[in-house]
Each structure stands twice: as C-alpha cells, then as structure tokens.
Design a binder for this molecule. Structure first.
Ligand code: FAE
Length: 515
C-alpha cells in the first residue's frame, strides 16, 4: 500500500465481537497493544484461533464531529479514561491551569495515579499506539546490555529489530523537507541550540506517514499532525497498530477481539485456565461477567496492567505459585520534561507538527536522551520543550493492598531527582550558552520540571526473573507475558520498538516449542 493511501485511510474497521460466556478457546490474549498484537498475529499465522480481550473501546467509529479521535486542544469525553476532569501532562500555561471538566467515559488516555507518579497509558484496540508520539527508536547496540541483559543482541539486531521496524512501518523524515517546512521550525531551533552547545543531535525515526504530512503542509488533505492531534488519538497520518498489525491480524480470519471487556481473574482449570472477564459500558460500569476457558493465556495488558493482574492473582490465591519476582523491577524509563524560554529573536513558530523528530543524544556523557517536543498551541510561545529519557537506578514494586482492594506501587517522586540531574547536563549547558532560562509555567506555578509522570512504564514481570527467558511465567505452564512488563525498567530510548521486537522473538520460540 502506498504512503498516501495508508495515511489517508480511516482506521480499519474490524468485526468487534463480544465474547460468549462459557466459550472455550485455544489462546486468549489480554490487551491489544504492541505485545498483544504481535502474539495474536503470529499465533493466528501458525494456525491457532485467538481471542483478544481489550478493556478500552474499538476506536473505529466517528463521533458527532465526524472524527474518531478528539483534538489535543479541545479535549472531550473521548479524551480520558473514566475521568470527570482532564489531567493533561502539561497542566498549566503561562501559570494558568488548563484542565477542564469532561463527561465520564471510556476515553482513550488513562492517567493512572499511583503514590508519587501518574502513569499515562492508551486504552482501546491498539493500546498505547493510539495515543503515543510515534517515535520509533531502536536503542544503540552498545546500550542494549542495559536494556535486556541476557538476551542475545545479535539475534535482536539481525532479526527482531528489523522485523519490528518493518511491520510497524518505521520511517525517517526527509532532511531537506525538515530544513524547509514551517512546522519543524521548533525542532530546527532545538537543533541549533544543541549544536551551539556541542551536543550530538539525531533524527528520530517515527511511524508517521511522512508523505501525508507533506500534503498536510501543502493543504491538500485533512490535517492531523499539523492540527496538533496526538495525545487523544490521531485521525489520519500516524501508523498506529490500527494500520499495521491489526489489519494483518484481521486478514488471518482466526482472531476475534472483544473491546470494552476487562480481564479480572485467571485461575487454573483442567486443560488450561478459567478467565473471568467483565464487560463494561462506556461509563465504566460492569454490565456482564463471563467465564471462559483458554488453553493458553498471554498477558499483554501493558507493564502496569499485566503487573497489577499478576500481583493480585498471586496474593488473592488464584495463581499462588507465581514467584516472588512478580510485581518487581518496575521503572519509568527515566522520563522527565522541561521547557526553556527562548529570546524574542528565536521564535519556535505558531505551527508545530505534533510528531517529534529530533533528539539530543547525551546518553554516554550525561545519561540523558532528550527529544525536542512540540508545544502545538497554535500561537508563538517562544518556548522550546523537551521530553528526556534518562539513566536512573530506581525501580519500584507493585504490591497487593488487601484493605483497599487494589494494587499499589512503591514509587517515590524524589527518585526523579536523578533524572533531573541527568537532563540538566543538557539544558543547563544550553541555557548558559544561549543566555536563556527554564520555563516555570508549564507544570504548575514556578515549577520547572515535569517530574510527576511517565509515558513509558516498563517492568513488573521481568524476563528471566518472573518468567523464563522467553516470557513463560514460572509456576504455570501455558501462561505467558508478552508486553512491556518483561523489560526491567528502561529501554534507554522510547520503548515500543523494543517491546515489539522482544515480543516477535519470544512468540517465535513459544510457537516452535509449546504449540
Ligand atoms: P500497551 O500498548 O499499553 O497495551 C496494553 C493494552 O491492554 C491496553 O490497550 C489496555 O487498555 C489493555 N488492558 C490493560 N489491562 C487490561 C485488562 N485487565 N483486561 C483487558 N485489557 C487490558 O502495552 N513509546 C514510544 O516508543 N514512542 C513514543 O513516541 C511514545 N509516546 C508515548 C506517548 C504517550 C502519551 C504514551 C501514553 C505512551 C507513549 N509511548 C511511546 C509508550 C508506548 O506507547 C508504550 O510503551 C507501549 O504502548 C506499551 O506496549 P505494551 O504492549 O506493553
């Protein structure tokens, strides 16, 4: 399929189903993000019938404005998972709070609050691919030992990273267009400042359809990245899983998907596992409870979703033989955000593509990889804005809180100081060189650092600890982890390419040996 056609297509509709009570299925996949889609596609191609269960919505039907997804500048009920007020990562602008009331709805972005950290996650068929920035980065090979110690790097770099990049449709911006288009002025300013402080900068590959973006800039197609679409979904140009793995999954004819269904329990039974599934309505109420039997169950509910399920199931006696590593080794990929105030003669432009494409690599010297991020407000802000991924030793654990009937996370906000220190190795130097200062109006009043959140939850069921070296959970044959929970807290860069590549590696082995 050509880039134009792919970019212009609305997300492919597929036959969403509602799984029947008492169904018996060979393979059940919990969650429809990267790990879940890889597992479902490869199992189906190997001849196994699969059912995918997704707590979020299908996101294949336009709302009253004719669009499937809401715009970042005008959040509505579609924007957040069961909240009555938005919780935007950038909470303030010019010091003023910008959150607003919305109807409670099974919207697309979950801002899940734990003590000390808010974890942003996508909800819906396609998982995080629906809401993420599309930055599709393979870690430099020399850093791979920090990411997945114990995994053969040759195999990953020769086979599974290339496979993941090809399936996800990863591509690079045309550098000549980057240099000329108004919508990346903000990134060119970021590059200039990085260069003047002698930092190496890199173009970041993405899954955006670059031909489509060029046409957006030319005004010949409906705007998506150039209309600021990102956090609440992208209506046209981004190649989310809805445009890559999911159509392939559908084409196998062997996979059914139940949106608005949430797995609550998995317990052993003769011939496999009994899985309890709650069907939700769009205000989040449980409208039906179903029990199905699956020979094999693949946990792909994301780092947080999978960890929460496993910790609860171990503690409450459904899966008591899971080992003591379950819930451990969770990290935030060192995420921290900040803005810098530029001089009036250094405008970043009122039109900013929502897809970041430039990074400042100070990993080796300072433990920070910073992306030049947009502030797509539609007005000139004179601000440079950055998301940094940093080296941090801190790892938290999930635990079952019986009194409150929920899973807690032992993260401490103070741990972000390590990340701030690493990010400052870049931005203190740039500020000093440029004679500029940090913005203090984006995360509260007089608050420089966005240190309250992560977009990159990783770990909680770590490879070679809670599972064997291919994601088979210790203690329960036929139970697998296939998502970001396997990765012990960092991918050094943005995570989804690594999550996809690891899932490709593991499922290949599982199909060859377990089925
Ligand atoms: P994920 O994609 O989170 O999928 C898990 C799915 O399971 C979700 O759809 C859940 O709704 C569903 N689920 C959870 N619990 C249950 C349950 N009990 N029953 C049924 N379903 C359930 O997992 N990464 C990058 O590499 N580049 C970026 O530019 C980037 N930007 C991001 C921006 C934002 C705002 C966010 C939130 C994330 C971003 N990420 C980015 C992170 C990336 O999307 C994330 O690492 C992956 O989506 C994780 O993939 P998993 O397969 O682990």
């Amino acid at each position: 399929m050509g880039g134009l056609a792919l970019g212009g297509l609305a997300p492919a509709a597929y036959a969403a189903t509602s799984i029947a009570d008492a169904a018996t299925i060979p393979a059940l996949v919990i969650g429809t993000g990267y790990g879940g889609c890889v597992a479902a596609l490869r199992l189906a191609q190997a001849g196994v019938d699969v059912h995918m269960v997704e707590m979020g919505m299908a996101w294949d039907t336009p709302g009253s404005d004719g669009k499937v997804f809401a715009n970042t500048t005008t959040p509505d009920q579609r924007s957040f998972w069961l909240r009555t007020r938005t919780k935007q990562p950038l909470s303030n602008f010019l010091g003023f709070p910008i959150d607003k009331n919305i109807p409670k709805y099974t919207g697309i972005l979950d801002a899940e609050e734990f003590s000390g950290i808010t974890v942003y996650q996508g909800r819906g068929v396609g998982g995080g691919s629906l809401v993420n920035g599309g930055m599709a980065v393979t870690p430099r090979r020399e850093t791979f030992g920090d990411v997945l110690p114990g995994v053969n790097a040759d195999e990953m770099y020769n086979t599974y990273y290339p496979r993941a990049n090809a399936e996800l449709g990863v591509g690079m911006i045309d550098p000549a267009w980057f240099d000329s288009t108004a919508c990346y002025q903000y990134a060119r300013v970021g590059r200039k400042h990085a260069q003047r402080s002698n930092f190496p900068f890199v173009f970041v590959p993405t899954v955006y359809d670059w031909n489509y973006m060029k046409q957006e800039a030319a005004g010949t197609v409906p705007k998506s990245a150039l209309a600021g679409e990102i956090l609440y979904g992208n209506n046209y140009g981004k190649k989310s899983l809805q445009k890559t793995y999911i159509p392939k999954i559908r084409a196998t004819g062997r996979v059914t998907i139940s949106p608005l269904h949430r797995v609550s329990t998995v317990r052993p039974t003769t011939g496999g596992y009994t899985v309890t599934i709650e069907q939700l309505n769009t205000t989040g109420d449980v409208v039906a409870t179903k029990q199905v039997t699956a020979a094999k169950v693949f946990f792909a509910a994301g780092s947080v979703g999978t960890s929460k399920l496993l910790v609860k199931l171990k503690a409450t006696g459904a899966l008591p033989n899971l080992n003591g590593e379950v819930g451990k080794g969770w990290g935030d990929n060192g995420n921290v955000m900040c803005g810098r105030a530029n001089h009036m003669w250094d405008p970043t432009g009122p039109l900013q593509s929502s897809i970041p494409t430039l990074g400042i690599d100070n990993w080796a010297a300072g433990g920070a990889f910073a992306e030049v991020a947009p502030l797509p407000t539609g007005i000139e802000t004179y601000a440079s804005f950055y998301l940094s991924i940093t080296k941090t030793p801190h790892r938290a654990a999930f635990s079952w809180n019986a009194a409150a009937n929920r899973v807690d996370l032992s993260w401490q906000t103070a741990w972000k100081q390590t990340s701030i220190t690493a990010a400052k190795t870049i931005f203190d130097k740039i500020n000093s060189k440029e004679g500029t200062i940090y913005r203090t109006d984006l995360f509260g009043i007089y608050k420089i650092w966005g240190d309250h959140l992560t977009y990159h939850p990783l770990g909680g069921a770590v490879l070679n600890r809670a599972t064997d070296s291919y994601g088979r959970l210790h203690g329960y044959p036929g139970l697998y982890v296939v998502d970001g929970a396997l990765i012990p807290g960092t991918t050094v860069v943005n995570p989804f390419v690594t999550i996809t590549a690891l899932a490709e590696r593991n499922i290949e082995k599982i199909i060859a040996t377990d089925l």
